[in-house]
Write a protein that binds this ligand. Structure first.
Ligand SMILES: *Cc1c(COP(=O)(O)O)cnc(C)c1O
Length: 224
C-alpha cells in the first residue's frame, strides 16, 4: 500500500467508530507532516515541547497540536499558547501550573489526565489509586480551575505483545473513564475523550471504547 492508501484505510477504521486520529509526528520532518496535511489531516501529536514549538512555527496555523509527552512545569508557559490538547497531565502540581499560566493569557486550556492500567513501573502517568487522589483534590478545589478543563483521560496499556492483556487493560481504562465521568463530572458531555491506542493496538482500543487514537509509525514509518 502507498502511504496515501494506508492513511485512508486507517482513517476509515477510525471514522467508523466516530473517533479522532492524532497523527504522532515526533522526529518526523515538516515535509513529512505536510504530506498528511495535504490529505486533510489536521490533528498532530508531539511528545517534546521544543519540537512542537519549532514545527508549530513552520507549519500551517490550522493544525491542532496535541502534546502527548511528559510536560515539565517550567515548560508550560512556552507550550500553552500553541496546543489544543495536552494529553499528559499526571499531577495536581502540573494542573495548577497550567491553570495559573492559562489565566495569564486568558486561554481555556483542555487537558487529559494520563492513566496507567498495568503495574508496569514507568515514569509517568497515574495508576488508579493515585488517580483517585488526583480527582478528589481536583473536585475539592474545583472553583479555582477557571481556565483548565479536564476533557477526559489518556490511557496507556502495559508494554507487551500479548493482545489479551492489552484488551483487558483498555477495557479497565474505559470502565474507569466512565466511572470518573459519573463520579466527578456529573455525566457532563465535556468529559468525553478516552485517548487510547497506538500503531500496534489502535483497533483493540477502538473496540474497547477509545475516542482518540495516537498513531505514529503506522502512518509515517518507523522512527530511528
Ligand atoms: C510515540 C507515541 C505514540 C505513537 O506511537 P506509535 O507506536 O508510533 O504509533 C502514541 N502515544 C504516545 C504517548 C507516544 O509517545
Amino acid at each position: 500500500m502507498t502511504e496515501k492508501e494506508t492513511f485512508f484505510k486507517i482513517q476509515s477504521i477510525i471514522q467508523k467508530k466516530n473517533a479522532t486520529l492524532v497523527a504522532v509526528s515526533k522526529t518526523k520532518t515538516v515535509a513529512e507532516i505536510m504530506q498528511l496535511y495535504e490529505l486533510g489531516q489536521r490533528n498532530f501529536g508531539e511528545n517534546k515541547v521544543q519540537e512542537l514549538i519549532q514545527k508549530h512555527a513552520e507549519l500551517p496555523k490550522d493544525i491542532n497540536w496535541h502534546l502527548i509527552g511528559h510536560l515539565q512545569t517550567n515548560k508550560v508557559t512556552q507550550v500553552l499558547p500553541l496546543v489544543s490538547l495536552i494529553h499528559s497531565v499526571d499531577s495536581i502540581k502540573l494542573l495548577n501550573e497550567i491553570q495559573k499560566q492559562a489565566l495569564k493569557i486568558n486561554k481555556q486550556t483542555k487537558v487529559l489526565v494520563q492513566l496507567l492500567a498495568g503495574h508496569e513501573k514507568t515514569k509517568y502517568g497515574l495508576n488508579f489509586d493515585n488517580a483517585e487522589i488526583f480527582f478528589n483534590e481536583y473536585h475539592h478545589s474545583r472553583n479555582k480551575y477557571s481556565h483548565v478543563k479536564i476533557v477526559g483521560i489518556m490511557g496507556m496499556a502495559t508494554h507487551t505483545t500479548d493482545s489479551n492483556i492489552i484488551a483487558h487493560e483498555f477495557k479497565l481504562l474505559h470502565e474507569y473513564f466512565l466511572q470518573l465521568k459519573k463520579s466527578y463530572f456529573n455525566h457532563q458531555n465535556e468529559f468525553k475523550e478516552c485517548s487510547m491506542g497506538m500503531s500496534s493496538d489502535y483497533e483493540i482500543a477502538l473496540n474497547k471504547g477509545s475516542t482518540m487514537v495516537r498513531i505514529g509509525s503506522l502512518l509515517f514509518g518507523n522512527r530511528n
